[in-house]
Each structure stands twice: as C-alpha cells, then as structure tokens.
Design a protein around this ligand. Sequence first.
Ligand code: G2I
Length: 561
Amino acid sequence: MPPSSPQRSRSRRSLALAALFGLLATLLLYATPADASAALRQHAAARGRFIGTALATGPLASETAYRDLAAAEFNQVTPENALKWDATEPSQGQFSFGGADAIVSFAAQNDQQVHGHTLVWHNQTPGWVQSLGATAMRSAMQNHISQVVGRYASNPAVVSWDVVNEVFDDNGNLRASFWYNTLGQSYIADAFRAARAADPDARLCINDYNTEGINAKSTALYNLVSSLRQQGVPVDCVGFQSHLAIQYGFPGQMQQNLQRFADLGVQVRITELDVRMVMPRDATKDATQATYYRDVVNACLAVTACAGITIWGFTDKYSWVPDTFSGQGAALIYDQSYQRKPAYTAVHDALAGGTVTDTTPPTTPGTPAASGVTVSTATLTWTASTDSGGSGLAGYIVYREQGATDPELGRGTGTSLTLTGLSAATQYQVYVRARDGAGNLSPASATVTFTTATGGGSGGGCSAAGTVQSQWSTGYVVQPVTVTNTGTATINGWTVTFTLPAGHALTGSWNATLTVAGQTVTARSLAYNATLAPGATATFGFQASRPSGDTATPSGYTCAS
Ligand code: G2I
C-alpha cells in the first residue's frame, strides 16, 4: 500500500494516539491492518458466534486495562457473581442490582450481549432461602426469578439466563441440594416456567460442569432436557461450563456430545471455559493448555447450534481457580500482567480459522419401507441421502408423525434401522431425516404407516412395581419403578401403564418416555433400556404433584412387552 494512502495515514494517527493513550491505542493498531490480527470478537462475529468473558465488578470499576481488554476482545459477557442470589436478594424481598447494572451498562456501551448467571443454584444463596418450608421456598424462588429476570426483560443487552445451575451430581443423580430436598425435582420445571413468564423473549438455559464429554452426568442431563422439553417445559439452551485441567485430559467426544444435545432442538454454548494447570507455569504446560482452548473452540464451531464460548474471566490476575484448587492456576488466556498467552493465540486462530461452516442440509431420504413388524419392533429401510455441504453425511433419525412435536424413535448411520420399544397393537406413521456432520437436518422423507402386532407373544411377559421414594403434602417421587422380564425370551421394548389418582399431575420423569391420557399413564422404554434378557430388570422414575392433603399415590402398574 503506498505511504500516502488514506489507510496508512489512519495508521499513523493510531500511532500518535498510542503515545497519548497507551494500551487503548495499541489495541487499535492490532485491529487496523489485517484480519489475521483482529480482535477475538471480530473473528467470532464473522463465524456467527459470540466470544465472551465473565466480568467481575471490582476490576471493572477500578482498572482501565481490564475494562479496555474486556471491551475490545469480547462481544458477550456474563457477570461472574453480580447476578447470583446472594448479590441480588440478600434478604427476602430486598433486591440490590448495583453490581449487575454496572456490568449490563458496560456491555450495552460496548455492544456486548449479556448472559444472566444464575437464578437457582445451591451455592451463593442466602441462608434465609435455604431454611424456608416447601410452599414458601417455591414462592420465594418464583418471586426471585420474576423480579431479577423482569428487571432486565426490556433491556436488549440481556438475552439469556442460566435458570438452574449444577442440578446433577457427577454420577448422574440429581444433586441432593436444599432445592431438591425441599421441593423435589419439580423445582426445575417451575423455575423455567417462571423465567419464561418474566421474559418471554429470553433464552433459558440449564448449566452444569463435567458434562462436556459423553459420560454418566452428561447423559443424565441429556435425558432430563429431553424429558422436560417433551413436557413443554421451556428449556431453550444447555450450557457446558468447561472448567478443564490439563492434568486430567480433554473431555471425550466433546463435539459429539454438543451435537446430541443440539439434536434435541436446543441451543448449546460453552459457558465458563478455563483450563487450569498445576503451578508453576512453563512453556510446555502453556502449549498443552493452548491445545485445549483450541479444541473447545473448534468443537463449538463444528456444531451449528453452538452459539459461542464464554471464558470464565480473561486474565490470570482474576480467577477463581487458585482459591479453589490449591497449587493450581494460570487457567486463562492473558497472564497476570495482561499479556497474551499461547492460549489467546489458540482461541484467536481457531476463531479466525478457514474452516467454512456447513449450512447446507443433506438431500431428502427415500420413503422408508417397513418390514419385520412385531409386537414392539419394526425394521425400516430407505434410500440414501447425499450431502454436499462439506461436513459429510453423519446418519439418519426416524421420527413419529404426531402433530406439534414429533418424537424421535431411533437413529443410526446406515439406511436401515430396527425400531424397538414400540407399543403393541399401535399404528405408527414415521418418517426419516438425514443429518450431516454439522448437525444440519434434511427435509423429512414421505411417511410410511404400520401397525405393531397384538401383545402376548410366545415366551414374552414382564411385570412392573413402583416404590414411593419420598412424598410431601403436595407431591411425591416414585423411584424406582422396576420392570422385570418374567418370561423366557429376551424382550425388545416394554410398556408400563399405571393409574394416576384424580387431580394428580406429572411434573417430571426419567429413564422412560411418559405420556398421560386421562388418568392412565403410559411409560415406554428408551433405546438404552428396551432390551431385557429373561430375569433382567430396568428402572425408571417419575414425580407428580397432588392436591394438598391428598395422600394417594399411583397404583395398578402393568407391564406389556
Ligand atoms: O466455581 C467456579 C464456577 C462454577 N460454576 C458456577 C460459577 O458461578 C462458579 O463461579 C465462581 C466464581 O468464579 C467465584 O468468584 O463461583 C464462586 C462461588 O461459588 C465465586 O467465588 C466467590 C467466593 O467464594 C467468595 O468468597 C467471594 O465473596 O466469589 C465471591 C465474590 O468475589
């Protein structure tokens, strides 16, 4: 470029500014000449994603360097602590939004979207909430959500919320928090409904850690999200915290895990990324850390429904890690002196990378043909789709045509699939959609209709029994309902029916798909627990509400296979 060009003279002016304004102008320089050195937010925006940081109110108020980098590099922010219950409602009905407002107005000034973290959590919640009885606790939760979400409902900067945070233990059981112990599982659905009522336009997320890879905890989360959505609970998004450590390895199958959630129809996002190490830092650890950052960004970029990545802070000067994990730290992308680390470059280069996002869906699969229809199974075969978008054909999903939401009946990678767990003597109208590696779904194929055989086949047979695990005046949890193959042949799918007393309503279920017609509940096996050898058992559970004072519980558990 000739020295006299306008571009160059703008650059000279930037240099002059640098002398005057120090760091701010240095950032301008970085942003001026070439795309390759643009800020993280510019590259992220070009990929249709956000790159964010958690913000702490202290340094935001007191440090220019902190503010300038936060503004220059990120197009999304999450208040690290300022929107938690202990900050916003320290005593009942006394709300304080000073810290949160400061972050929201900073974000608005800098064209950044805000993610609200977090409405219902077992940490950083004042003692007064924890000691309430069930009725008072439920209404305190609903009021808190209504006030906090309501305050920002008309603010265009605030676009999403962590409605519930960390509801699972690592083994996949629901965490025995004071919320769960007092209210049962129903607090989760109630929290989402309250948030939707307070801001119908906000995106509502469930957030957790150690759910990045495919494991027991992420599978429990997957089942919960699937079941909540089937019940019409407004869960729009799943957050994967991603507090990683180089000494523990990278989560297994992260991209596939994000994709399976995306296939439920939710947005996914990386919400609290950091990668810690055992101190002291060295170049080898920094390099390994950089690959973790790169791989997380690439996993998100490979999944169309992944909205973006929030890093849990940006400078090692301010990080929760050393306070929590003694002897560990250096988890972020800038060091304590605001110098970029290899992890910064890794995030930058991954966001700037040349991989073109595939937005082209595969072609429509052929009309499926049904064969081998039994009491509970049927085999479908269809002609293949093709994919030209670059990510390649990843497989097919079979859906049941049912109206507003069509449940998934199974998925596979080939052009034939045996459906299991079907109900006896039932008509099914099904269709197939192809899926590519980026999660794009093809149009639906034409449908095929078949009817399963009548039950009671040779050697078949199963029984079911339900145990009330806990109950309170207005509800109960039945766990487990144990399904036993009492026959002499393997069964491929079971259906349990039972009677719900009048006035009772299901509020949650797990490990089976439950539907209600009048007072009859039908629970169908899922792909992973449909097959039972003779004598083998599977379990599922559910929760229901009932009128106060009613002590009845469900009865008449009957199993068919
Ligand atoms: O623990 C890491 C994160 C896990 N997921 C949920 C996040 O909300 C959580 O964030 C951390 C914050 O980064 C810390 O800053 O949550 C911690 C508490 O649960 C936060 O630490 C607290 C300290 O424990 C308090 O002593 C301190 O007063 O931060 C408070 C405000 O600085």
